[in-house]
Design a protein around this ligand. Structure first.
Ligand code: DOR
Length: 442
């Protein structure tokens, strides 16, 4: 018997993804927090949501997005990127520093936080970009409101951020206090092999497995020497996986849905430069190894690496065509379809998109359906069939490499701190995103 007078919202009758597993339960929310979980069928609430035949997941956390503001807002901005996120069931995003200007100073970081408070549909945090100038003061940047940690480009990609000198990386590792997230490709080898990049099918030949393996090997050695924890973003090669498995104490890692879904050469045949991203989509051997690592538990999180470029920019002749593709809105639908096909369990998906990010980034308020935490919830219909289209993508660039793909399983509601921001594919209310607290490492 529940003695409380009334909750703000009751989600009842659904299958709830608790930290302990999937269970039939009701979820009660008051003041944006989870107030109770259990059999609450007799409880009163100002609003009730019938979740029968639905799954109630902790809100999806996407810890790798490029939302392009400031400076590149013809591609995306914090409003459009976060609207895509909400439509895709994402309630929290971490955004990358390769904007213009790059996010390498306290002013640039504060600007983004201010802007996101005005325009974001999801909760947020921003990476500080590491560079030679700030390598000794990253701990100060990380302590500012809305900073999720440091991002290091060990190999060059979109934008000008690059740390290819091990001495600078050593300073970065020494000064940072949070998990250092790294784009791991070896710059010297990228430069050396650039002449091999003649046509888009050469993308994984130019930026080959050894570029990633050599970079990750060196990174792990440096992290061990410094006694610092690192996070390897978008792992793409079979060769990096044993290195990461041997370094569980100091490294966490991410895979993207694109690298689990697309495969060379087919993606380059079908999509041309739309399939061009860094590190590249590779052949079936690598894709199979990534799936094995998903199933074995080696991979900690999924990130979309949402990296929009306009169709016109992508139409430039390779290799002048920029690398990157949108993905924040398709992350969950693609992965639910993989669940439908039995490639991973729903519990594993919840770990990769909510429990895992909360664990590795130290998010005290997010990522778990637990009394006292923020009521960030993604409602999912595992039976819903949906054809993904470019037209429905809210990203400013208006395309997805998955246009025309039929998926089974779809997010039909997104709640941010107890309020619907998306219902049946329609944004609700107005932007109300807030900065997320990310814990420092001991
Ligand atoms: O393909 C990519 N695009 N990889 C990156 O590392 C950066 C991103 C972008 O910002 O366009």
């Amino acid at each position: 018997m529940d003695l409380r007078v009334s909750y703000d919202l009751l989600i009842h009758g659904g299958t709830v993804a608790l930290p302990s597993g999937l269970t039939r339960a009701d979820v009660a929310i008051t003041d944006g927090r989870i107030e109770a979980i259990g059999d609450l069928s007799t409880a009163a609430a100002a609003e009730k949501v019938n979740a029968r035949n639905l799954h109630v997941l902790p809100g999806i956390i996407d810890s790798q997005c490029h939302f392009r503001e400031p400076g590149l807002t013809h591609k995306e901005d914090l409003g459009s990127g976060s609207a895509s996120a909400a439509l895709g069931g994402v309630t929290t995003f971490f955004e990358m520093p390769n904007t213009q200007p790059s996010t390498t100073t306290a002013e640039a970081l504060a600007w983004k936080v201010r802007r996101a408070k005005e325009t974001s549909w999801a909760d947020f945090a921003f990476y500080a970009g590491a560079c030679t100038e700030n390598a000794d003061s990253l701990g100060e940047l990380e302590s500012l409101e809305g900073c999720c940690g440091v991002k290091v480009f060990l190999g060059s990609s979109t934008g000008s951020l690059l740390v290819d000198d091990p001495a600078v990386l050593a300073r970065v590792l020494r000064s940072s206090r949070k998990r250092v997230a790294c784009h791991s490709e070896l710059e010297a080898r990228l430069q050396e092999r650039k002449p091999l990049a003649q046509k888009v099918h050469d993308h994984p030949v130019w930026r080959d497995e050894e570029c990633a393996v050599a970079s990750t090997r060196a990174l792990l050695e440096q992290a061990r020497a410094a006694g610092r924890k690192v996070h390897v973003l978008h792992v793409t090669t079979a060769g990096e996986l044993p290195l990461l498995a041997a370094a569980r104490d100091l490294a966490t890692c991410e895979v993207t849905p694109q690298h689990l879904t697309l495969e060379a050469p087919d993606c380059y045949d079908r999509l041309g430069t739309l399939a061009q991203m860094n590190p590249p989509i590779r052949d079936g051997r690598h894709r199979a190894a990534l799936w094995e690592a998903i199933r074995s538990g080696l991979i900690d999180v999924l990130g979309s690496d949402h990296a929009p470029h306009t169709r016109e920019e992508k139409a430039k002749p390779y290799p002048q065509s920029p690398s990157g593709m949108p993905g924040v809105q398709t992350l969950l639908p693609l992965m639910l379809d993989h669940v439908h096909h039995g490639r991973l369990s729903l519990e594993r998906l919840v770990d990769l998109t909510a429990h895992g990010p909360a664990r590795i980034f130290g998010l005290g308020q997010k990522g778990r359906l637990e009394v006292g935490r923020d009521a960030d919830v993604t409602l999912v219909d595992l039976k819903r069939e949906h054809v993904i289209t470019s037209a429905e993508q809210r990203t400013k660039v208006g395309w997805t490499p998955f246009d025309g793909l039929k998926v089974t399983g779809f997010p039909i509601g997104t709640l941010l701190r107890g309020k619907f921001v998306m219902r049946e594919g329609v944004l609700q209310g107005k932007p109300g995103g807030r900065p997320v607290q990310v814990g420092a490492l001991g």
